[in-house]
Design a protein around this ligand. Structure first.
Ligand SMILES: NC(=O)c1ccc[n+]([C@@H]2O[C@H](COP(=O)([O-])OP(=O)(O)OC[C@H]3O[C@@H](n4cnc5c(N)ncnc54)[C@H](OP(=O)(O)O)[C@@H]3O)[C@@H](O)[C@H]2O)c1
Length: 271
């Protein structure tokens, strides 16, 4: 990171926990000014204070990204505070684990509101600043963004939708100097699964099937940092993720059979 890149501004949704927080720390450690955007006011404020104690310029902003009004107000507040945004990380997300037949449509709406519309609202609100600064949009997707995933129809739909939106947007705004990078982490040790929605919208107590070794949020953040420097279009993380990526393209039917077998327990009710 050269001195010109110091003092640049990174705004991270879902920045108070897990992958988002690790991204705030990673970029903050090389001189970025950090805007933590999160629904959890206390945690966001506490984490911003932790960053400041490390010498990082940081501020927290409370926002439910599922609300367009809140996204507009929050992004404007970030721009007022830091004079602009160089990197917007659309990272806030929730997950769902339940069979399609047992999932209420309101759960799909909730997952789309946060994972898809949250990213759309924040990007819409920040786009002028990002164009002015020839910035970068980072989108935290998942392996479920390019491959099917049993028991997570809503989550997978929201992540696939992000690829449709942001890969098309990349083509639209490339000539304005703005880059878009999609990030697909593998299973990563964070709080995401502790708040997974069940089919009725309550928090799921269904045990999660894990495939491959869990990654750390710090590894993901480091890969995002390197990816932004190299202006990568797509980051597929973990060996399982890379294998999945190629298998879904080369032999989608085979992938579907392997995946359905490995995750079959997801559809068994544990009451
Ligand atoms: N962990 C994995 O295995 C994994 C794998 C692939 C992709 N991802 C993606 O990585 C991203 C980050 O997740 P994570 O694993 O780091 O989970 P996490 O630790 O739960 O962090 C997610 C953050 O987003 C916040 N958030 C949730 N809903 C929000 C809303 N409506 N408005 C604003 N903030 C909201 C959460 O706040 P609260 O604390 O208030 O809920 C939390 O701070 C997600 O997009 C997820 O889909 C994760």
């Amino acid at each position: 990171m050269n001195t010109l890149q110091r003092h640049k501004v990174i705004a991270v949704t879902g920045g108070a926990s897990g992958i988002g927080l690790a991204i705030c720390r990673r970029f903050g450690s090389v001189g970025f000014r950090v805007a933590i955007i999160d629904m959890n006011t206390d945690e966001a404020s506490c984490q911003a204070s932790n960053l400041r104690s490390l010498g990082i310029e940081a501020a927290s902003f409370t926002c439910d990204v599922g609300s367009e009004n809140q996204c507009v107000q929050t992004i404007n507040a970030v721009i007022d505070t830091f004079d602009g945004i160089d990197i917007l990380v659309n990272n806030a997300g929730i997950t769902q684990r339940s069979a399609f037949t047992e999932t209420q449509t309101s759960v799909y709406r909730k997952v789309m509101d946060v994972n898809f519309f949250g990213a759309l609202y924040c990007t819409k609100a920040a786009i002028k600043s990002l164009i002015d600064r020839r910035g970068v949009i980072v989108v935290t997707s998942s392996h479920a963004g390019y491959a099917p995933l049993l028991g997570r129809t809503g989550y997978s739909a929201s992540k696939h939708a992000l690829h449709g939106l942001f890969e098309s947007l990349r083509a639209e705004i490339k000539n304005k100097g703005v880059h878009v990078m999609m990030v697909c982490p593998g299973f990563t040790k964070t709080n995401l699964q502790t708040r997974a929605l069940d089919g009725d919208g309550s928090v799921s107590h269904h045990p999660q099937s894990k495939v491959g070794k869990e990654d750390t949020a710090e590894n993901v953040a480091n890969a995002v940092f390197q990816g932004v420097i190299k202006r990568k279009n797509l980051l597929v993380l973990t060996p399982t993720g890379k294998f999945t990526y190629f298998l879904t393209r080369l032999a989608p039917g085979l992938y579907e059979r392997i995946m359905a077998k490995m995750l079959k327990d997801e559809l068994i009710r544990h009451t």
